[in-house]
Design a protein around this ligand. Structure first.
Ligand SMILES: Nc1ncnc2c1ncn2[C@@H]1O[C@H](COP(=O)(O)OP(=O)(O)OP(=O)(O)O)[C@@H](O)[C@H]1O
Ligand SMILES: [Mg+2]
Length: 406
């Protein structure tokens, strides 16, 4: 098993693993032939195909090896926007890096653009663009120089690189920063430059590992618009994200990963339909009463503010004064502010499922209003309650038992 990582900025650089495998396979960069000389992928629209794909990271120091990707199957078709969701450490970036041929495959099969990722890394890298999770810009160069230098790796003529560089500076809204050193850019500007850089070779597939993390809302929307534009031009997009609105906006199809495995696959709507009820009732209870604290200082109704488009209810009537004393015994919060087991017991039969989060209890029910009425009938009086439609984050909780960023 090889675990040689190629972290160089040179997108056409070979890895030792690539070289040895390519030599063994006698690769000439041509698509690998299957039986009867045809490309292996029967469907020419399948651009990426993984079967039993595995990645084991070598042990660091005294630690044990990590099986970051534990045998996954998926296909990505031409023109699709395909998303990888999953909690921290699920194996998303590792998968992206194998597709981008900067991290050798440990097991299984991975074909990209009809080529074997294990043997034809350089040929694949020449036709894809990659935005890694962490920026790898040359901070000592200017913004423009970063694009010019990167373009040279692809063997493009100076004139072509120059023309594309100016266009990409506009694309990323960095034209006015072109002469500045990268060191002087904000985090969001660096992200935009990395994305611009990934497009210099006009890739057929664009890999975006958390492309908008750290961007302000305006920059995110700008980027989404640009990604839509690329997609309409036929570029196939693969992205990881922790933003559920991003996944719902951009992705035609998603896989949810957890512990190196794919635990669900489908369109955003399919996933929500398959794994959730139609609505979710969110309940918040009063935090614990601390000695000497005034009742009026305890209320926490931020949850309703964060969901301006949702139907907020609360504080529940009668007014929670004092909140803990007025709540039914089953709804009494613990000292940590978490809803307690008795809460779940008291709520369990009111919906399909109850999820207890540190700050909220989620009750999954097709009719959230009816569930809320039932909660009140039981004498349970949360501080705030809101009914909303189920979304991808709920799919997440259901499948992984974790929030996206825990
Ligand atoms: N180069 C490496 N060497 C050793 N272990 C690694 C390496 N890269 C990742 N890992 C481990 O592999 C697992 C998956 O990591 P990965 O970066 O793929 O997760 P991720 O889904 O992208 O998470 P995040 O959402 O935090 O970016 C983790 O346990 C991580 O610690
Ligand atoms: Mg990652």
């Amino acid at each position: 098993m090889s675990d040689i990582e190629d972290t160089s900025a040179d997108p056409t650089a070979d890895t030792a693993a690539d070289s040895s495998r390519a030599a063994a396979a006698g690769s000439d960069g041509a698509p690998e032939a299957g039986p009867r000389g045809r490309p292996r992928a029967a469907d020419r629209d399948v651009l990426i195909e993984a079967a039993g794909l595995r990645k084991v990271h070598a042990a660091r120091g005294a630690g044990a090896p990590t099986e970051a990707v534990a045998g996954i199957d998926f296909t990505v078709r031409r023109g699709e926007a395909f998303g990888f969701l999953g909690p921290n450490g699920a194996g998303k970036s590792t998968t992206m890096r194998m597709i981008g041929c900067v991290s050798p495959v440990s097991g299984g099969r991975l074909t990209v653009l009809g080529m074997d990722a294990a043997a034809q890394g350089p040929a694949i890298r020449a036709r894809i663009g990659s935005v890694p999770q962490d920026d790898t810009l040359d901070t000592e160069l200017t913004v423009r120089e970063n694009l010019l230098v990167y373009g040279r790796y692809f063997g493009l003529t100076r004139a072509v690189i120059k023309e594309r560089t100016e266009r990409l500076l506009d694309f990323a809204r960095l034209a006015d920063k072109a002469g500045e050193q990268v060191e002087a850019l904000s985090g969001g500007m660096r992200r935009r430059l990395t994305i611009a850089r990934s497009l210099i070779n006009q890739p057929e597939i664009l890999l975006l590992d958390e492309p908008t993390t750290g961007l302000d809302p305006q920059a995110r929307h700008l980027l989404w618009e640009r990604l839509f534009r690329l997609k309409s031009q036929g570029v196939t997009l693969l992205l990881t994200t922790h933003y559920m609105d991003e996944a719902e906006q951009l992705c035609d199809r998603l896989v949810v990963m957890d512990h190196g495995l794919i635990v669900a696959e489908g369109t955003p709507q399919e996933l929500i339909r398959r794994h959730c009820t139609r609505e979710v009732l969110e309940l918040r209870f009063a935090p614990p009463e601390r000695p000497g604290e005034q009742a009026g200082e305890r209320g926490d109704e931020k949850g309703a503010d964060q969901h301006g488009d949702r139907r907020a209810r609360g504080p529940a009537e009668p007014a929670p004064e004092p909140a803990v004393a007025s709540a039914g015994p089953a709804a009494r919060p613990t000292g940590s502010g978490r809803a307690t087991d008795p809460d779940v017991t008291a709520l369990a039969d009111l919906g399909d499922r109850v999820e207890v989060l540190p700050d909220r209890v989620l009750l999954y029910a097709d009719d959230g209003e009816a569930a809320l009425a039932a909660v009140h009938r039981r004498g349970i009086q949360p501080l705030t309650a809101l009914v909303r439609r189920a979304g991808l984050e709920d799919v997440f909780l259901t499948l992984t038992g974790r929030t996206l960023v825990d």
